[in-house]
Ligand binder design. Structure first.
Ligand code: ATP
Ligand code: MG
Length: 259
């Protein structure tokens, strides 16, 4: 009688686990950890190298450098440190989400005002950002919605040609709030419109030349889910991508300042 044997684990590190190779749950966390280690160490290196280089220049030539050049160098240092800060926040959030230790705090928030505030932080990034925001007050977790908008705007800036317009809309829809971030970049091909929300999925050849970890959109999806909402991407009718987030958030009368 033919017997079915399970395919043995074939990890090269001598793993003797009882899971079937490629079976459900097999080394999921090991794989996640390996992915995090390789992606993050790669993404850490670039800003760290810049910080080391710029700070060394200041240390060795600080007294000879003109004020304007010094200010420029400090600006670069600040920008690179911001990238590290952002990466660290993403990792901490991933960890908290994985452990289920994020408890969203839904408070009345001016969502349009919040979006304008985040858009203003991207004003110097090289693309004009147009904001069309209804004055909506809804019960959301403001820091999470800030991260959603920030990640979508950061992507729009990163994946579209400099100078092309990005727009963000915040409007009422089906008793909740719809946030749409539209750009004029290459858009997302139909066959990739779901997978890009998976962690570490960077969606194709082109993006491998662009720095990134593939964490951003998975966080957007998980933060939307904390609100019982969802995120998806469509083709922008004018060409480019249109990322949409729907939050079925209850609308209230008074707002808390975004921060
Ligand atoms: N506005 C956009 N236009 C075109 N492609 C996009 C856009 N936003 C995201 N993508 C695609 O989706 C992929 C996943 O995006 P995600 O934000 O998760 O990761 P990332 O930008 O590569 O890295 P990071 O974690 O640093 O944000 C990107 O690598 C890119 O291929
Ligand atoms: Mg991103």
């Amino acid at each position: 009688m033919a017997s079915r044997t399970r395919a043995r684990c074939r990890r090269r590190d001598g793993c003797a686990c009882a899971h079937a190779r490629d079976g459900p749950g097999h080394h999921r966390f090991d794989d996640l950890r390996d992915n995090i280690l390789s992606t993050v160490s790669h993404e850490l290196r670039t800003p760290l190298t810049s910080i080391i280089g710029f700070s060394l220049t200041l240390k060795e030539h600080g007294s000879e450098i003109a004020d304007t050049t010094g200010a420029e160098i400090v600006g670069h240092l600040n920008e690179q440190a911001g990238k590290l800060d952002r990466l660290l926040s993403d990792l901490l959030d991933l960890d908290r989400l994985r452990h289920g230790s994020i408890r969203p705090m839904f408070r009345p928030t001016g969502v349009g005002r919040l979006a304008s505030h985040v858009a203003a932080n991207h004003a110097a990034d090289g693309n004009p950002v147009a904001v069309r925001a209804d004055s909506i007050v809804a019960a959301v977790d403001a820091p999470k919605v800030e991260r959603i908008v920030d990640n979508l705007l950061a992507n729009a800036v990163k994946y579209t040609p400099a100078g092309t317009e990005i727009s963000i809309r915040v409007e009422r829809a089906n008793g909740g709030v719809l946030i749409a971030v539209d750009d004029r970049g290459p858009g997302v091909p139909e066959e990739r419109r779901e997978e890009i929300f998976d962690i570490f999925n960077r969606g194709g050849e082109g993006s491998t030349k662009t720095p990134g970890t593939g964490i951003g959109l998975s966080l957007v999806a998980q933060f939307a889910a904390l609100h019982n909402g969802r995120v998806w991407v469509e083709e922008n009718p004018g060409g480019g991508a249109s990322f949409r987030v729907y939050l079925p958030a209850e609308q209230t009368a008074s707002a808390r300042a975004p921060r």
